[in-house]
Ligand binder design. Structure first.
Ligand code: GLN
Length: 308
């Protein structure tokens, strides 16, 4: 018996509601990202949470019907898919496992590493892996990942054409420079298709329930390869999932977590369940202030750190 171990089932709806309210207050100090025009137009007060456990327990707050783009949270599932389809050896010929203390879209980091993408949780690494999805064009590649996830997670991700249009309307020079550098170093073969694929998979939209169900994918290994691949994904979420903040969050909170610039955040409580949050205002590193606050409160109050 692990002394002090309090499983998620002790969570009360009252606690969820209180932390949502506190998280909403803190989120006032954040900013909406301006480089994707549509993300700057969302309601900053929106706050949605869903907790799902392996035993089928669920807690929620906020508008469950709301759809939002998952953005960088997709990086976990792109990695999972590629590991399962191609195996570790091929995946880690294209991307490393080293944390980075630079921003998620840092060209400086990629250049100082000679074009080698450090890890799959930053843009360079995810772009490199998007280049390994099967299909003749970006639409087919995105659809392939979307259908695979919907099938295995029993969720309903769909490509959001408006947000994709918004991404395309303001071409992102940083991501373009990343893909060119990756191509020059030989880690990407078709830079245009690859960048378009990456943009599309970031624009897959989800409800908060879909996001939590995706989280359960990393907890329900159906076979040994799945178990090994999801362990790798969770480890990289812990060490790299929040970019420069990953180390600090691992010490303070201690659960695998991945953020997206839309304000979506997914945390995994190993052997227990998933916490999905959406609250748009971001901190300096591009992580949702409200979502990280909620997750920290819940994990610390219920003693859910991996390292307890
Ligand atoms: N599509 C976004 C970008 O490349 C994803 C980044 C993120 O969510 N941190 O900028």
């Amino acid at each position: 018996m692990n002394i002090g171990f309090q499983p998620i089932y002790q969570l009360t709806q009252e606690q969820v509601n209180t932390w949502v309210e506190e998280g909403q207050q803190r989120s006032q100090f954040g900013q909406l990202p301006s480089y994707i025009p549509q993300l700057a137009q969302v309601n900053p007060q929106e706050f949605v949470v869903k907790i799902l456990t392996l035993q089928g327990q669920s807690h929620q707050a906020g508008n469950e019907a709301l759809r939002f783009p998952v953005m960088s949270v997709i990086k976990c599932f792109l990695l999972l898919n590629r590991l399962l389809e191609l195996g570790e050896e091929r995946v880690f010929q294209r991307v490393g496992v080293q944390p980075s203390d630079q921003p998620f879209n840092s060209l400086k980091q990629l250049e100082s590493d000679g074009g080698w993408p450090r890890n799959p949780m930053i843009n360079s690494g995810a772009i490199a892996l998007a280049g390994l999805l099967p299909g003749k064009d970006a639409d087919t590649r995105c659809q392939y990942l979307c259908s695979w996830l919907n099938q295995f997670a029993n969720c309903q991700l769909v490509l959001d054409p408006d947000i994709l249009e918004s991404v395309r309307s303001a071409p992102n020079a940083k991501n373009q420079a990343l893909v060119s550098t990756l191509a020059a170093a030989g880690y990407v073969e078709h830079p245009e298709i690859t960048l378009d694929t990456y943009n599309q998979i970031c624009c897959l939209s989800a409800t908060i329930s879909d996001l939590a169900k995706l989280g359960l994918l990393l907890l329900q290994p159906t076979n040994l390869p799945w178990e090994i691949a999801s362990r790798t994904v969770k480890t990289l979420m812990l060490t790299c999932g929040l970019y420069e903040t990953s180390g600090q969050f691992a010490v303070q909170v201690g659960v695998p977590t991945k953020s997206g610039v839309s304000g979506a955040v997914l945390s995994i409580i190993p052997r227990q369940g998933a916490i999905a949050c959406y609250s748009p205002p971001l901190d300096q590193q591009g992580n949702s202030i409200g979502s990280l606050f909620f997750i920290e409160k819940m994990v610390r109050t219920l003693n859910l750190s991996l390292f307890n």
